[in-house]
Design a protein around this ligand. Structure first.
Ligand SMILES: [Zn+2]
Length: 169
């Protein structure tokens, strides 16, 4: 399978993920520098072969408007690793407002969690304490680096050293 290439800004904050073809073009245009290459892989053209880039860095700082992780159902499930935050079930997942909407609870990253249908019914219009439920993790707003690190752990360990310092942000 073709590996993806992580693009960092000049300050090493992650900016994008691109295909290897795009990365090679950027390298040839001298827009980026290669910081890390995938081991045991190379890119071949008709006449030559070269390192397969894993992490590239822009040669000029690019001002990029903050692109957070979009708050939607899929990304919420991803943050919560597809598990009910009350009982750990992976079945019949729904989205729960920790502080119910009727009590003024907002629809944001820190008030929404993944919950199975059963826990959601048990919880109803109550707070977790009132319903006798306990959250496995405190809901948080994930950074782009958090999701990239998740991918990196499965597919691209070469990225990890460049993401670690950014994950907590
Ligand atoms: Zn549950």
């Amino acid at each position: 399978m073709e590996k993806r290439v992580l693009v960092l800004n000049l300050d090493h904050s992650p900016v994008a993920v691109v295909t290897v073809q795009k990365a090679i073009v950027l390298l040839h245009l001298d827009k980026v520098s290669c910081l890390s290459a995938y081991e045991f892989l190379e890119v071949r053209t008709v006449s030559k072969s070269f390192d397969y880039p894993a992490v590239i860095c822009l040669n000029n700082y690019k001002s990029i408007p903050y692109r957070g992780v979009l708050l939607n159902r899929n990304n919420l499930f991803r943050r919560d690793k597809g598990e009910c935050q009350y009982c750990g079930s992976k079945k019949q997942l729904t989205i729960d407002h920790v502080i119910p909407r009727s009590k003024g609870g907002k629809s944001n990253w820190t008030n929404l969690v993944t919950a199975c249908h059963r826990c959601n019914v048990v919880k109803g219009d109550k707070s977790p304490e009132q319903a006798g439920l306990r959250l496995a993790n405190l809901p948080f707003k994930p950074s782009l680096a958090y999701f990239l690190a998740e991918y990196a752990e499965r597919q691209a360990s070469e990225w990890l050293p460049f993401l670690e310092s950014k994950i907590a942000q």
